[in-house]
Design a binder for this molecule. Structure first.
Ligand code: NAG
Length: 229
């Protein structure tokens, strides 16, 4: 059996009409599974990625560091990013309960406040989340506003937000997390163009940049013509 990841690292897709042949060739050579031809497509030349996160989650750490950051460096101009720091949080009459306890709840609330204050600047939002999900995990492990401070946020305003939960930042995140968690049932949940799909989510966790690239390459308006698997 040929090892897909070692044999062919590059597929050129130059004219659109050659594309199908390229897929066929690769499929025939490498015996890739059917999931290789992904269902992800651009919408008006862009791809929206919604990442459902929770502060204490190591899978979220690896997704942001190993998938989202590199993919954004390559294809950020085509991406619309959104973060939903809610995870498996349950908010009911008794209180708010988070997967990794009170620190998780506190840090998620901080993330919602900070992202809201950074709205309109997705690169700042991504850099902020990268900071929070990198050693020493300032909000979750240290209870610190370090990343927000680094992002240039006014800490007095941020602290007011963190101290006054229960507003639309919470109900909005809860609503936004509901369908992705039902369908994907994993944190981080990765949703594209507002449609949750478990198979595409799984691909995104392993090779987000490739997934994005092949979708961009299918859309001639993007000018993307070659993708590595
Ligand atoms: C609220 O959720 C928590 C965590 O799931 C649960 O233990 C508790 O019983 C719930 N309370 C109510 C009133 O539903």
């Amino acid at each position: 059996m040929v090892n897909a990841s070692n044999s062919v690292r590059f597929v050129s897709i130059i004219p659109a009409h050659v594309m199908a042949a390229s897929y066929l060739l690769v499929t025939a050579c490498l015996i890739l599974s059917a999931s290789y031809v992904n269902g992800l497509q651009t919408v008006n030349g862009r791809i929206k990625i919604t990442t459902g996160t929770t502060a204490g989650c190591s899978d979220t750490v690896s997704f942001i560091n190993n998938q989202l950051m590199p993919a954004y460096r390559l294809y950020g101009e085509f991406l619309d990013l959104e973060f939903v720091p809610w995870g498996r949080t349950i908010m009911n009459a008794t209180g708010t309960f988070c997967q990794f306890g009170e620190n998780d709840c506190w840090a998620n609330r901080l993330h919602r406040c900070a992202l809201n204050m950074l709205s309109g600047n997705q690169e700042a939002q991504l850099n902020y989340m990268h900071c929070e999900f990198s050693v020493p995990y300032p909000s979750f492990l240290q209870g610190s506003y370090y990343c927000a401070y680094s992002a240039g946020l006014r800490i007095v305003d941020l602290d007011y937000c963190v101290a006054n939960p229960g507003d639309a930042l919470d109900t909005g995140a809860q609503a936004a997390a509901t369908v992705p968690m039902q369908i994907i049932n994993f944190v981080p949940s990765i949703t594209f163009n507002d449609v949750s799909d478990l198979d595409i989510h799984n691909q995104a966790r392993q090779r987000l940049a490739s997934l994005i690239c092949f979708a961009l390459a299918e859309d001639p308006s993007t000018g993307i013509t070659s993708c590595s698997i």
